[in-house]
Structures are given as C-alpha cells and as structure tokens.
Write a protein that binds this ligand. Structure first.
Ligand code: FAQ
Length: 330
C-alpha cells in the first residue's frame, strides 16, 4: 500500500521517517534552504536550536567585557564607535533569538537556560577586559575569529539563520576594523602603549584560538553538522584559516605572538602553531573561567532590572487587544 501524499511505501512510521529523512538530505545536498514550516528531522531542529541559541547568548554576554569600557573610552570618537559596536552585539542577539524562535522554542525558555547556567555561550567572554588595549584585541581577534566562523554560516542550510548571518557579518567586519585600528594606534604609540598592546595580545591569543571549538578529533557535532551543511568547515580548518590571516596582521604591527612554536611552513603555505591548552578550555566551559560567575551575575541582574519593561510591554499589548476587540464589537 502507498500513501498518496508522500508517494512512499506505507510500511509503518519508521519507514516513512527514513524516506522523509532521505528527501530532506537530498534537499540539503542540492543546497536548498530549509524554511521554518518545512519538515525536518527532530535532531536537525534540536541541533539548530542549540547552536543558534548558544550563538545568541554569546552575543549578549559578549556585550559585557566591552560595555565595561564605554565610560572609560579615551576619546569621544572611540566612545561613539564602542557604543555602536556594543549595541550591534545586542542587535545580533535579537536576530538570533528570533531565528531560534522560528524553530518552535520560545525566547523565554532560551533565556531561562542561559540564566540558570544550563546553556553554553562562547568561552571567550569569560576572560576580563583589563586595559583599553583589550578593547582593540576584542575587535581584532574576537570579532576576527567570529567573522571567520560566521561567513560560512551565511550559507548554512537553515534559511532564517543564514539570512540573519548576512547582516551580522557586515557589522562584525566593521567591528574587526575598529579593533585593528585601536591596536595599530597603540602599536605605533609610546613605549608604554606598545607594551600595553603586546601584553593584551599575550592574554587574548590562545583564548581566541579556542573560540573555534575542540579539535576535530574531539568534536561531537562536526560530522553530522557538516552532512546537514549547518557547518561548512570543521573547527580545525577555521582555526587554521584564522591563524593564517591574523599572524601577518600582527607582524605588520610589530607585535609578537605568545607562541614559540609559531612558524611559516613553506611547503604547506600555512602557519603551524603550538599546542592549545584544552584543559583550560574545558575548565572555562565547566564554569571555572576567570569571569564565568561575574558574567552570569551581570546577566541575571540586567534581566531582573528589565522586569518592569516586560510587564509594561505585556500590559500595553493587552490594552491594545482589548481596544481592538471593543472596536470590532461596535
Ligand atoms: N565556547 O562538537 P563541537 C562572537 C561546545 S559570537 C563554548 O565542536 P559544534 C561575536 C559546543 O557548543 C561567538 N562552548 O560543537 C562577538 C558543544 O557543546 P554542547 C560565538 C563551545 O556546535 C564578538 C561542545 O562544545 N559564535 O564572538 C565552544 O559543532 C565580539 C562540542 O563542540 C558562535 O556561536 C566555545 N568556544 O561547533 C560578540 C558561532 N566551542 O552543545 C561580542 C556559531 C565548542 O554539545 C564581542 N556556532 N563549544 O553542550 C558554531 O559555529 C559552533 O557551534 C561552534 C562549535 C564552532 C562554536
């Protein structure tokens, strides 16, 4: 017996699912975008909610290290650029929460997961921004790593995520440039300013490399995510591209990378780099990084202080609904 709608053999739900999954995979292989109302395997939906919400949380928690420096920016021009950058990150969080909501998970639930400490966000935001040079490093290295990871996400298989990433990447490019320009100004400044830039690079370099995730040999999701074209490159491939792009930029500024094993390999045309301290990465993911507690406490405080805004928005919406119902009844 055959079902008309799917035109597949009706040998029970398992076979129907297998056939649907095969058709779904064929769409992915043809590079078609998957849209919110399309059928998708539950695992695809779950993995997207996981990745997009972790990404959204990273943008929102990522506002904190730089937000701390808005009142201490060294000039009005720097302050205006930093303010705009931090606001952009908040906007990225909103597009991404909206993209995750199209998969059927409410924003409140995603925020609860962040505030309860259940959800992950990028390891990098658990490091402190101690000097003004750190603001340059965040732009140059953190936004630089984010762009390297996110440009391929503009072609990710889920339509709403891919479209959100296009605008996000444009804004991240401006962020990266403003960061590099801060570092360049310091590197060409007084001896004290150069030393400040070098010291900040020493602290941010290795955590920036960890942003790309565990090595491919230990990554749990890469194989499936590559097959679903959620990811287009593996963690190690992107990390290598980032090192290759960034090392010449640092050398151009006269800065040294804190890695005695960093060497250009003439044969491969790539920079080889030393071993990453994956124990440190695991500690940060387990909540034991330098600022994990502080970051979550700051987000919880902001959420509590925003209660009145959410309540006012709900009251306003209820009032409008009541007015419309009254008008319709007249
Ligand atoms: N930090 O099997 P994989 C930004 C987790 S946005 C924390 O390799 P996957 C903008 C991973 O989630 C930065 N956790 O996983 C900005 C998984 O955990 P789970 C954020 C990490 O998904 C700039 C487990 O480890 N960007 O910076 C990290 O295939 C400046 C196993 O890992 C994105 O989120 C990490 N570094 O690949 C804002 C981009 N790495 O869920 C403010 C989108 C891995 O099983 C200022 N995300 N984990 O418990 C992705 O591309 C991927 O999710 C990866 C991880 C590449 C992050």
């Amino acid at each position: 017996m055959y079902t008309q709608a799917l035109n597949i053999k009706d040998d029970g739900p398992a076979l129907v699912d297998a056939e649907r999954e095969a058709r779904f995979q064929a769409r992915i292989d043809r590079d078609e975008k998957i849209e919110p109302n399309d059928w998708m395997p539950e695992k695809y939906r779950r993995t997207l909610v996981r990745q997009i919400s972790q990404h959204a949380h990273s943008e929102v928690v990522g506002m904190l290290p730089e937000g701390n420096w808005i009142t201490r920016a060294p000039s009005l021009r720097r302050k205006a650029a930093l303010l705009a950058k931090v606001q952009d990150e908040g906007g990225h969080g909103l597009y991404l929460y909206s993209a995750a909501e199209t998969l059927g998970t409410a924003r409140e639930e995603l925020l609860d997961q962040l505030l309860s400490g259940k959800a992950k966000y990028s390891s990098i935001f658990n490091y402190p921004a101690l000097t003004w040079a750190d603001i340059g490093m965040i732009g140059w290295l953190v936004d630089g790593a984010a762009i390297m990871n996110q440009i391929p996400l503009c072609r990710t298989s889920y339509g709403p995520y891919a479209r959100a990433m296009i605008r996000i990447c444009k804004e991240e490019s401006f962020h990266q440039r403003q960061g590099y320009e801060i570092v360049m100004t310091l590197a060409r400044g007084t001896d004290g300013q150069k030393a400040m830039a070098q010291e900040a690079l020493n602290r941010w370099w290795w955590p920036a490399l960890m942003m790309f995730g565990p090595p491919d040999s230990e990554s749990q999701h890469t194989d499936q995510n590559m097959a679903w074209r959620i990811k287009r490159f593996t963690n190690d491939e992107l990390r290598q591209k980032f090192v290759d792009a960034t090392v010449p930029q640092g050398h151009f500024l006269g800065l040294a990378f804190p890695d005695p094993d960093l060497r250009f390999n003439e044969e491969t045309g790539h920079w080889t780099f030393g071993a990453i301290d994956w124990d440190e990465f695991r500690r940060v993911l387990a909540g034991e990084g330098p600022c994990n507690r502080e970051r979550l406490a700051a987000r919880r405080k902001a959420h509590d202080e925003g209660t009145w805004v959410r309540e006012a928005a709900l009251a306003h919406a209820a009032k409008r609904r009541a007015r419309r119902a009254l008008q319709a009844a007249e």
